[in-house]
Design a protein around this ligand. Structure first.
Ligand code: UDP
Ligand code: MG
Length: 324
């Protein structure tokens, strides 16, 4: 009987035929090393999730899964997108494993910190975030946009881990808690911190993608960032309310100004009344939109049906249990 930790590594793959042979080779190598060190048990798996690829990705995964016991494959019926593919993979394996690590197929994230993640897990951490040390290998553009993104998110009150992407370990109970988030707009970086439990970071240097090209063109990146903000923050709505209030204040100033001009005889027929109405109505409209937005924000929260709390421990010892 094998008592080691059952680790599942979940790897979403979209058109990754160029990287899969090398990725699987390196992962198997690491698995063998960790097994020989007793860090993980023999039942551990590397699970490739084919996210509706158009190339030979699934054929490769299928062949790998047949050739190596430690490799498994999941095929999604169509391209669901990185976050959905990842969540799909994690939810499929969560009842089979003790903990799962998610990582990209291109090995831009250093797999050599996986042993550190597992050590942290053994010490009792439920979530271990992989955090990038530096971004030398990213292009200037990717680096600045990414850093700007993290700053914007935290300015909007969204709790995400700085410089952490989707490279992380989650314990089984953390995965169970994650499964209680039934939302359709999946943004795992924002959801995992909401789960809670004890978490820590491991640091690594990000490499260059060793083959193939990024599956995240600018358009997808922008929509991802927009998704992240609108799924976690109603600050943009509050911004409208604030703007409405500001315009209302300006409308008072404009009213005084228009009246003075009128009394001084500088204003033409109808100018003062038009001026006052335009500013006042503009302010009232913006405030109303903001107010409606507040209700929509509340509705949005309700619709997501996120868990209101997650229980970490419940100590209630009976006398019998205490005696044991
Ligand atoms: N990916 C996916 N579905 C998609 C797009 C990407 O499963 O629709 C996977 C891709 O195969 C890779 C990971 O998501 O394993 C991250 O993509 P990529 O490395 O291209 O993003 P980047 O590192 O450039 O941000
Ligand atoms: Mg990548």
């Amino acid at each position: 009987m094998d008592n080691g930790i059952k680790l599942y590594v979940v790897v979403p793959c979209y058109n990754e035929e160029e990287v899969l042979p090398e990725t699987s080779r390196r992962m198997i190598e690491l698995f063998n090393k960790m097994k020989s060190e007793g860090l993980i048990g023999g039942m551990s798996r590397i699970v490739f999730v084919d996210d509706g690829s158009k190339d030979k990705t699934w054929e490769i995964i299928d062949a790998l899964a047949k050739a190596h016991t430690e490799i498994a494959g999941i095929k999604l019926a169509r391209n669901a997108g990185h976050q959905n593919a990842l969540l799909g993979g994690l939810m499929t394996v969560k009842d089979e494993c003790d903990c799962a690590i998610s990582i990209d197929a291109d090995l831009q994230d250093d797999i050599n910190v996986i042993p550190d993640m597992i050590k942290n897990y053994k010490e009792g951490y439920d979530v271990v975030y992989g955090v990038r040390n530096k971004r030398d290998t990213d292009t200037f553009f990717k680096r600045t946009t990414a850093i700007g993104f993290y700053k914007l998110m935290s300015a909007m009150g969204v709790n995400i881990v700085f410089n952490h992407a989707d490279y992380r370990l989650m314990s089984r109970r953390a995965l169970d808690a994650l499964s209680d988030f039934p939302e359709r707009n999946v943004f795992l970086r924002g959801m995992v911190p909401l789960v809670g439990y004890r978490s820590t970071n491991v640091y690594y240097d990000r490499n260059e993608r060793f083959a193939g090209e990024s599956k995240y063109p600018l358009k997808k990146m922008l929509s991802f960032a927009f998704d992240g903000i609108t799924s976690f923050s109603i600050s943009p709505i509050r911004l409208i309310t604030a703007l409405g209030a500001a315009v209302c204040v300006i409308s008072i100033i404009m009213a005084v100004y228009a009246l003075v001009e009128k009394l001084l005889g500088n204003a033409g027929m109808g100018w003062a009344s038009l001026m006052m109405s335009i500013w006042f109505i503009g302010g009232v409209q913006l405030l109303s939109v903001g107010l409606i937005g507040e209700y929509i924000g509340k509705l949005y929260k309700e619709v997501k049906r996120r868990p209101r709390y997650i229980i970490e421990a419940y100590v209630n010892e009976t006398d019998d249990a205490a005696k044991e």
